[in-house]
Design a protein around this ligand. Structure first.
Ligand code: GTR
Length: 399
């Protein structure tokens, strides 16, 4: 082969790889120029300036855009919901905590699904107690109510010591994290019509739906304080937390830990995991319409800063990890930075976040928006939980 042919073949292979989305960009200088969709300008070109214009017009429109193009719908209709206590031990953790297992049964059109909820509620705190809920996608070892298995992913002892109830549910009760079986629970049982729609719900929306049913329990449990509720998700769970918190006003604080692509990270930066990579790796997470934006992010009518904005005026927390470049820490921070403009502009709540990514292990906490980038790798650690609760304590006036 001549030298020319070799070069031609190499160019061809490289462009094929790029077309296949195999190249991962970790170089800031390769981030393309991009313009984010304006938070406040509606598709008709009008500007949302007042709380009413934001809440009843632009905000509603943004939710519909996320449903249509990214996550699919989260249906809010069902026929029945029941809560039953499966077990209760008021003497857990040397008598300091009540351990309770709850079963949530939701029915529609004669069929039903069940969600298990594990709770550890501190006994010595004045009721109703603030509550954290973890969206768990890492299996039973991260939600052991008997505390035989203890992991920092759900550091229940620490959480209850801070005076919060620690609650956790398993995403697999809603939708398996599996391309073959993801539709077997919530989707096929309660909302089969969603599978027919191009903007139908898939796993992230199914898991967000589950978080909303957990909130249905919290508002009915007299010992839990919905007004001091904190929804926490890590990675795929973080994407879910943001999508649930964006829609469900009942959560007081929404926490995204290292949620990356399709979570807090700005899609248009194409840094680390891209829309194309996530859609090919996890085709069952997002609505089929999201594929339209594979290597075509600038055509998206939304970007992830708008998801953050939907949470206002309630509090939002975004966390990153320095070695987790796949999740694009800078893109996660910039989402918070741009999205949090809504607090000041619509609600008159000043948020002073620095324009550049904060230093490692140096949390930046404002009254309604918090951020930290932790040293180390992709994970949900005790350090992360400590920052979430420190921020929440401040937001709830607990310190
Ligand atoms: C990765 C995926 C990310 C993130 C992560 C996780 O494989 O690409 O989007 O969700 O998994 O959930 O830990």
């Amino acid at each position: 082969m001549t030298q020319f042919r070799w070069i031609a073949l190499l160019i061809c292979l490289c462009s094929f790889q790029i077309a296949q989305g195999q190249e991962t960009n970790y170089d800031e200088s390769n981030v393309p120029d991009y313009t984010l969709p304006d938070l406040f300008t509606t598709s008709e070109g009008t500007l949302a300036e007042t709380t009413n214009e934001w809440e009843f017009n632009r905000r509603v429109e943004i939710i519909e855009l996320f449903e249509e193009h990214v996550y699919g719908q989260v249906p809010d209709h069902f026929d029945s919901i029941e809560f039953s206590t499966v077990s209760s031990n008021p003497e857990a953790l040397n008598g300091s905590v009540t351990a309770r297992q709850v079963q949530i049964t939701v029915g529609r059109k004669g069929k039903s699904i069940r969600i298990g909820l594990n709770l550890l509620i501190p006994n010595d705190v004045q009721s109703p107690v603030p509550v954290t809920v973890l969206i768990n996608h890492r299996g039973p070892e991260n939600m052991d109510i008997a505390r035989q298995v203890k992991k920092d992913f759900w550091p229940a002892e620490y959480i209850v010591k801070q005076g919060y109830a620690a609650a956790v549910f398993d995403v697999e009760d809603l939708s398996d994290d599996n391309p073959e079986t993801y539709d077997e629970d919530l989707l096929k049982t309660l909302y089969p019509e969603q599978l027919e729609k191009k903007s139908g719900m898939r796993t992230i929306s199914a898991w967000a739906w589950g978080a909303m049913r957990v909130m249905d329990y919290i508002v009915r449990a007299p010992e839990l304080d919905q007004e001091r509720s904190v929804l926490v998700g890590h990675s795929r769970g973080g994407k879910t937390a943001l999508w649930a918190g964006a829609q469900d006003f009942r959560w007081a604080v929404t926490v995204s830990n290292e949620s990356g692509a399709g979570g807090a990270a700005l899609s248009r930066r194409r840094f680390g995991e891209t829309v194309q990579r996530i859609n090919s790796g996890f085709p069952y997470w997002f609505t089929p319409n999201f594929n339209t934006y594979n290597d075509n992010e600038s055509a998206l009518p939304v970007d992830q800063h708008m998801l953050i904005a939907l949470i206002a005026p309630r509090a939002v927390y975004v966390a990153s990890a320095q070695e987790d470049q796949w999740a694009d820490p800078r893109g996660e921070y910039l989402s918070l930075f741009h999205g949090s403009r809504v607090y000041q502009q619509i609600y008159g709540i000043p948020i002073f976040l620095p324009p550049e990514l904060p230093d490692e292990n140096t949390p930046v906490h404002t009254s309604h928006a918090g951020y930290h980038i932790r040293k180390g790798e992709h994970d949900l650690t005790l350090y992360d939980w400590q920052q979430f609760l420190h921020f929440s304590n401040h937001y709830f006036g607990l310190e």
